[in-house]
Design a protein around this ligand. Structure first.
Ligand code: FAD
Length: 419
């Protein structure tokens, strides 16, 4: 019977352990935390959006980095397989807006419990409070011309050497470090000579430069569209919901945008919000004229809340360069044009992200070029498998990042050659 060591008790590691145990291997999972699934616990605001029930094509489209690498793993263990797995293991689920899958209980702890039970039922041994400090590799030769590297075991924080036939690295990324994913996987990979690409925060709020933004703190805008430019080059556009904060901007479309623009930060990127994407300039002008005709003696500051959120009016007029004390019948065509332009392109300068502390995922990681996508085995070290966020893989929000963890973990676990 082969012996498999899994490093990391997160989503990818636990799924890999279950899949390897199903192949009949003896499996030991090593986790440095005092408990399993610390990151799963905080996912989906404590409800765990564990996958997404969209068509697989759409799941692929949600992947930001190295989509093609995921073909085998997604086809081997797709989103439907994940939902079936959890249901069969005793966790009913429900589908919400945007095809997001959650446990019926709304408790992420049920996802963790289900995985723990599945491991227990398959005889997986779990070592908590134990960190893998080193992965041991031996070089051997079959014909004295070609040397082959192969894993032999690991050294733990207790100083123990544990021998094994296979190691599955599922150390996670570098975000929300208190959950245990703090870049240790990259250190282990570097020691083995594996390439680690630049890592950066993704699905992260963005910091803006203008001092008018903090005045909008707490304001959430629905049905707006955002465009982000570097110079003249458009980097991103999207439609949906966003939020102003004391440091800048956040909310669903901004988090998604961050995954595409973070590589240009810190720096200066121009962002424009179309506050009325459903209306043309002409339609907005007609609406303004109607408002002004109906309220000829009212000040702009009392008319604009008919069109924009109240909280935004003063900042909006300042940015547009139109005095909000003006009365409607004094407003010129030129001033109306300024209002329309600001409504179609409310400007901001993005200067940075909020960093790994607030990033939902890490972009970058161990290069996928080091890994065979059909098995998740390292190309240069036999018996070493990699899975989850430790790899240079990330997706937008919606349950897709956990899908990456389940699919790659499952493929790694199931690819071991149990003898
Ligand atoms: C706030 C937040 C909300 C999120 N919400 C969602 C969501 O709703 N849906 C979604 O799809 N994704 C969500 N994500 C992303 C998702 O949680 C991650 O992509 C996913 O959990 C990654 O799984 P993983 O197993 O690769 O890594 P992790 O879950 O990070 O697990 C890695 C584990 O390895 C352990 N470890 C590391 N090095 C060692 C070592 N040397 N020895 C022993 N143990 C080690 C760590 O302690 C850790 O427990 C969210 C992330 C955050 C931060």
């Amino acid at each position: 019977m082969s012996k498999v060591l899994v490093i990391g008790g997160g989503a990818a590691g636990m799924m890999a352990a279950i899949a390897a145990a199903d192949k009949g291997a003896e499996v030991v999972l090593i986790e440095s935390n005092e408990k399993l699934g610390k990151k799963i616990y905080i996912t989906g605001k404590g409800r765990c959006n564990f996958t997404n029930a969209s068509d697989l094509e759409d799941v692929f489209d949600a992947v930001v980095s190295n989509k093609k690498f995921l073909y085998s793993s997604f086809y081997t263990f797709d989103n439907n397989a994940v939902m079936d797995f959890f249901e069969k293991e005793g966790m009913p689920y429900k589908i919400e807006r945007g095809n997001r899958a959650f446990p019926v209980s709304d408790h992420s702890s049920d996802v963790i419990k289900t995985l723990q039970n599945a491991m227990k039922n398959r005889g997986v041994k779990v070592l908590l409070h134990t960190e893998v400090k080193e992965i041991l590799v031996i070089d051997y030769t079959e014909d004295e011309t070609k040397y082959i590297s192969r894993v032999k075991g690991v050294i733990t924080s207790q100083g123990d050497t544990i021998e094994c036939d296979y190691v599955i690295m599922a150390n996670g990324g570098n975000s929300y470090q208190t959950t245990g994913s703090d870049g240790r996987g990259y250190t282990l990979a570097n020691k083995l000579g594996l390439k680690v690409t630049d890592v950066r925060p993704a699905l992260v709020p963005l910091v803006t430069k203008e001092d008018y933004i903090p005045f909008l703190q707490g304001l959430s805008l629905k049905n707006v569209s955002v465009e982000i430019y570097k110079g003249k080059k458009k980097l991103y556009d999207d439609f949906g919901e966003m939020l102003f904060t004391h440091f800048g901007i956040s909310g669903p479309i901004i988090l998604s945008a961050s995954s595409y623009v973070s590589k240009h930060l810190p720096g200066e990127l121009q962002a424009y919000i179309d506050l009325k994407p459903a209306l043309t300039r002409d339609q907005i002008d007609k609406r303004l004229l109607r408002e002004f005709d109906e309220n000829p003696n009212k000040q702009l500051k009392t008319i604009m809340p008919h069109i924009l959120p109240n909280k935004m009016v003063q900042v909006f007029c300042d940015v547009a360069g139109v005095d909000d004390m003006l009365v409607a019948h004094d407003i010129t065509r030129e001033q109306r044009e300024k209002i329309i332009s600001t409504m179609k392109a409310f400007p901001m300068t993005i200067v940075d992200t909020r960093g790994f502390k607030e990033a939902i995922v890490t972009q970058g990681g161990i290069s996928v070029k080091e890994v065979n996508p059909s098995t998740m085995e390292c190309k240069t070290i036999k018996g070493l498998y990699l899975a989850g966020e430790v790899l240079d893989l990330d997706a937008v929000t919606g349950g897709f990042n956990l899908q990456i963890a389940w699919s790659t973990g499952y493929l790694a676990g199931t690819s071991i050659d149990n003898k």
